[in-house]
Every structure is written in structure tokens, then in C-alpha cells.
Design a protein around this ligand. Structure first.
Ligand code: C2E
Ligand code: MG
Ligand code: MG
Ligand code: MG
Length: 284
């Protein structure tokens, strides 16, 4: 039987590759229809200002409610959307929906609220990126200062730098640029030096270790101090415990976001959430 084993393994491997390819094909076909069939939706996760404990705004997070697959995580389909170019119409839709949401929030009496929208590098590479984003924000009639684009440092950072002029143009018109998942890519500091950004989001992986890893405490403290010295603000993402929050507040982190405050929620829960929200007491 020993001789048969490698063959079985190969057969299994080939089968799983075929499954994977098939899965991807089905997923691509489904995703193509998702946008037009109203299967995409946005959830909103609050971000809290550490200086006063108040909600300063929300991050829009994409969800796909597929009749075949159920609720699909963006981690499972953003990559595919990027590979197929579908991220371009999807990204535009996200900004339109997000801006419409923010306009409703402002009209409901929360005129200070900010909105962050994730933007893929594939969108940024389009020659009409700046104009198409700007047109959506302008047509929505919201102050451009209330919109931030979150951009992840990733594989395409070389092109990112070449495209930093586009980020500059967006900032000239008032919109903010936030560097997402900071600290996970290579040579992050290089980008901080060269990219036109307003704020840095410290990756959840650092926040996770704030309690368990003794080295992480001075590391996060120093990242925040460094970012401040560059004249930029900081958000900590993925804050789940009161201890993480109080340490971050101690370090002077400007804002926090995470399950400690709230999970991402559908729009109908946002106003009830804001009405019920009480600033946390473990702050400082
Ligand atoms: P991200 O932009 O870094 O968003 C933060 C992710 O962490 C979200 O996952 C959020 O639900 C999750 N999160 C927030 N707080 C906590 C916490 O306390 N604990 C834990 N365990 N998780 C927390 P989500 O919604 O699954 O999104 C994953 C990623 O997909 C995002 O990471 C972003 O890179 C991408 N993404 C989401 N929406 C869009 C979009 O509209 N366009 C693009 N291009 N990418 C998107
Ligand atoms: Mg983000
Ligand atoms: Mg992030
Ligand atoms: Mg992240």
C-alpha cells in the first residue's frame, strides 16, 4: 500500500486544484451579478475619538450577501474583484453608497461625522481615479473634508509611490488619505516619509499583542510618537479590550476602532447606536 500513497496524494492534490479553479470561476460569475442584483451592501463600524470619547465617524466595510453562498467576507472576494477589474465599478458603488449614508447621517443631526472608505490599489491605478472619486463626493453634496480614503500598503507600493500625485490632488480638494494596516508591509517608514497621508491606522496585529507581548508596548508607544512627530494622526484598529484601550489612550493614540466599541453594523442600527452610545470610562 506504501506505493499507492503518493498517487493518492497526487490525485487528491489535482482534485483540490480543480475544485479551487472551479470555485473561483463560480465565484467570479456570481460576483459579476452581485453588484447589479443588489447583493452587495455596506456595514459601518464606528471610530471613537480618544480625547473626548465620542464617535467621530465610521468606516464603510463591504459585504456580499449571496443567495448561493450566504454572507461572504471581503477577505474572500476583494482579491478576486481586483483580479477581474470588478473592483472598479464596485469601488465606485461603495463610495456612492457611503456618501449617501453620510449625507443622511449629517441630516439626522450628526453633521460632524466622518466617513472612511477603503480603496484598492487597482482603483488608484486608473487614470481617471481622482476625477471619478471627486465627482461622487461633490455630487453627494457633503464637505470633502469629511471623507477619508483608506489605502493599504501592499505589494504594489512602488506604483503607489508613482501614483502619490493622485493622492496629493485628492488632498488639495479637501479629502483625507489614511494609510491602512500600517506596519505589516515592508519598509513602511519609507512610505511615511514620501506619501501624502493625513493619518496612520496601526494594524490590528500590534493591538492584539499589546497585552501578551512585553515588546509590543514600547513598540506601539514609539510608533504613535513617531507618527505624531511627522505631524500625522493615529487610529488603532481591532481594539477589543479595555486594557488595550487604556494603554493606547496613555500613548496618546488619537482614535480607536474595534469590537470594544462595536462590530460593523448595517445602516439601520447606526442611529440607535449613536443615541445609546456612552463614552467609555476606562479611558485614561
Ligand atoms: P480593513 O480595512 O483593515 O478593515 C478592518 C477589518 O477588521 C474589518 O474586516 C473589520 O470588520 C475588522 N475588525 C474591526 N475591528 C475588529 C476587532 O476588534 N476584532 C476583529 N477580529 N476584527 C475587527 P472586514 O470587514 O472583514 O474587512 C476586511 C478587509 O477587506 C478590510 O480590512 C479591507 O482591506 C477590505 N475591504 C472591506 N471593504 C472594502 C471595500 O469597500 N473596498 C476595498 N477595496 N476593500 C475593502
Ligand atoms: Mg480599512
Ligand atoms: Mg485596517
Ligand atoms: Mg486590517
Amino acid at each position: 500500500r506504501a506505493k499507492g500513497q503518493p498517487d493518492n496524494r497526487i490525485a487528491f492534490f489535482e482534485q483540490s486544484m480543480a475544485d479551487e479553479a472551479y470555485r473561483k470561476l463560480v465565484l467570479e460569475e456570481d460576483l459579476r451579478h452581485a453588484l447589479n442584483n443588489g447583493e452587495l451592501l455596506l456595514y459601518y463600524q464606528p471610530i471613537v475619538d480618544c480625547s473626548n470619547g465620542r464617535v467621530s465617524g465610521f468606516e464603510a466595510l463591504l459585504r456580499w450577501n449571496s443567495p448561493q453562498l450566504g454572507m461572504v467576507s471581503p477577505l474572500q472576494f476583494i482579491r478576486l474583484a481586483e483580479e477581474t477589474g470588478l473592483i472598479i465599478p464596485i469601488g465606485l458603488w461603495v463610495l456612492q453608497q457611503g456618501c449617501a449614508f453620510l449625507a443622511r447621517l449629517h441630516r439626522a443631526g450628526y453633521a460632524d461625522m466622518l466617513l472612511s472608505v477603503n480603496v484598492s490599489i487597482i482603483q488608484l491605478l486608473q487614470s481617471d481615479f481622482v476625477e471619478s472619486m471627486w465627482a461622487v463626493v461633490r455630487d453627494a453634496g457633503i464637505p470633502p473634508e469629511h471623507i477619508a480614503f483608506e489605502i493599504t500598503e501592499g505589494l504594489l507600493m512602488e506604483t503607489f509611490e508613482a501614483n502619490s500625485e493622485k493622492l496629493r490632488l485628492l488632498r488639495q480638494r479637501g479629502m483625507k488619505i489614511h494609510l491602512d494596516d500600517f506596519g505589516t508591509g515592508y519598509s513602511s517608514l519609507k512610505y511615511l516619509q514620501n506619501l501624502p497621508v493625513d493619518l496612520v491606522k496601526i494594524d490590528k496585529s500590534f493591538i492584539d499583542e499589546l497585552e501578551g507581548n512585553a515588546q509590543t508596548v514600547p513598540l506601539v508607544d514609539s510608533i504613535i510618537a513617531l507618527v505624531h512627530r511627522l505631524g500625522l494622526q493615529t487610529v488603532a484598529e481591532g481594539v477589543e479590550t479595555g486594557l488595550q484601550h487604556s494603554r493606547l489612550a496613555c500613548f496618546g493614540c488619537d482614535r480607536i476602532q474595534g469590537y470594544l466599541i462595536s462590530k460593523p453594523m448595517p445602516e439601520e442600527q447606526v442611529l440607535p447606536f449613536l443615541k445609546a452610545y456612552k463614552p467609555r470610562q476606562d479611558n485614561k
